[in-house]
Write a protein that binds this ligand. Structure first.
Ligand SMILES: Nc1nc2c(ncn2[C@@H]2O[C@H](COP(=O)(O)OP(=O)(O)OP(=O)(O)O)[C@@H](O)[C@H]2O)c(=O)[nH]1
Ligand SMILES: C[S@@+](CC[C@H](N)C(=O)[O-])C[C@H]1O[C@@H](n2cnc3c(N)ncnc32)[C@H](O)[C@@H]1O
Ligand code: SF4
Ligand code: SF4
Length: 324
């Protein structure tokens, strides 16, 4: 079992397979030029898999593949199949912007993927294009449909940004309600890779917008394994809000992150990380597991957004590197 220094059991591994992306979302990587980490610095699927296998043996029960845009990395289906074939009762999930899903969804499902979380910030094509800095909406909607047709369980992630997609939140919620997808609105986490001046909506602001159409929603008792707080509309449909500016879900944090370059990141907020690259490349899996345990032993208790006295508290972590 993987326990950190605060007694929290860790059973959720998030694995980023690339930092590259075909979008340039304003809240994530608006200015990133095409100067990426060279491919030889990335761990091969075989090396990532060696670590995933060892983590599963240590008690990991949920593996989420993320990025950057994970579908940009060739051979992702085979990688998913390797994990599925090793332990088919793992909660095997993917987070994606959806753009490459029209061709990939069925192959991912066939490889053993169970769930998929897809980013959808607006149903207005111009607004979606403004956020992603590319005309994406139509293809993303096709991708979401392809995932549904393939039988994948779908969650939609939406990051509300002031003055941009705040007017679209009810429409996003209604779309998910009509399709039966879970939807979570994520408070924008300030980080110094995002567009200067980008401002997110906080949970109260998001709720006020939802209340313009659905005034009577109720808070649902918290499931501590999820960073989202759920609310239920009168007809029973639930939507979630992820509030990183609080730290109440840190008390039940169960997740550890591995980057495509082999860094283990104990907390989404902090810069700390340790590399398992040399250990897995030299087949020293015991050493990789020892590093994992060391990283967990030093994991911080909580993020620092909740301590912020003003609007200047920002993380230096890039979401496209950590995988969110
Ligand atoms: N602060 C903080 N935010 C998180 C954490 N985990 C997820 N989030 C936020 O939630 C976003 C969506 O995460 P997803 O990749 O969809 O994964 P998930 O929420 O764990 O998904 P489920 O497995 O479906 O519950 C991330 O990009 C982050 O913005 C966390 O440990 N800390
Ligand atoms: C980094 S992306 C990687 C996967 C994929 N490219 C995607 O967009 O879904 C994972 C998640 O991080 C979220 N995200 C990125 N930057 C964020 C920020 N500054 N604040 C909150 N969430 C953010 C995205 O909305 C997405 O749901
Ligand atoms: S949020 Fe996802 S899709 Fe958008 S730029 Fe970041 S990695 Fe790419
Ligand atoms: S901010 Fe850090 S400690 Fe809190 S839930 Fe996220 S990863 Fe865990």
């Amino acid at each position: 079992m993987l326990i950190d220094g605060f007694g929290r059991k860790h059973d959720y591994l998030r694995v980023s397979v690339t930092e590259r992306c075909n979008f340039r979302c304003q809240y994530c990587m608006p200015e990133k030029p095409f100067s990426w980490v060279p491919k030889e610095n990335l761990l091969s699927y075989e090396d990532l898999f060696k670590f995933i296998k060892a983590s599963i043996d240590e008690g990991i029960k949920k593996v989420r593949i993320t990025g950057g845009e994970p579908l940009l990395r060739e051979g992702l289906e085979q990688f998913i199949k390797m994990i599925y074939d090793y332990k088919n009762d793992i909660d095997l999930a993917l987070t994606t912007n959806g753009f490459l899903l029209p061709n990939a969804a069925q192959k991912l499902k066939d490889a053993g993927l169970k769930r998929i979380n897809i980013s959808l910030d607006s149903l207005n094509a111009a607004t979606a294009a403004k956020i992603a800095q590319k005309d994406v909406l139509e293809t993303v909607l096709e991708g979401i449909q392809a995932a549904a047709d393939a039988g994948l369980k779908i969650k939609i992630n939406c990051v509300p940004i002031k003055g941009i997609n705040d007017v679209d939140l009810v429409e996003v919620l209604d779309f998910c309600k009509s399709k039966g997808y879970v939807v979570r609105f994520i408070e924008f986490m300030e980080n110094n890779h995002a567009k200067d001046g980008a401002k997110g909506l906080n949970s109260d602001e998001i709720k006020a917008i939802i209340a313009t159409k659905y005034p009577n929603f109720k808070m649902v008792p918290r499931d501590n394994s999820s960073p989202a707080q759920y609310y239920e509309l009168e007809d029973g449909f639930q939507f979630g809000i992820i509030e990183p500016h609080k730290d109440d879900f840190c008390a039940a944090c169960n997740r550890i992150r591995l980057t495509a370059e082999g860094f283990l990141i104990p907390c989404l907020y902090f810069e700390d990380a340790m590399s398992i690259k040399d250990a897995v490349r030299s087949n020293n899996i015991d050493e990789a597991v020892a590093i994992l345990k060391k990283v967990l032993a030093g994991k911080p208790e909580k993020n620092k957004w909740s301590n912020k006295k003003d609007d200047n508290e920002i993380s230096t972590r890039a979401f496209y590197q950590t995988g969110g």
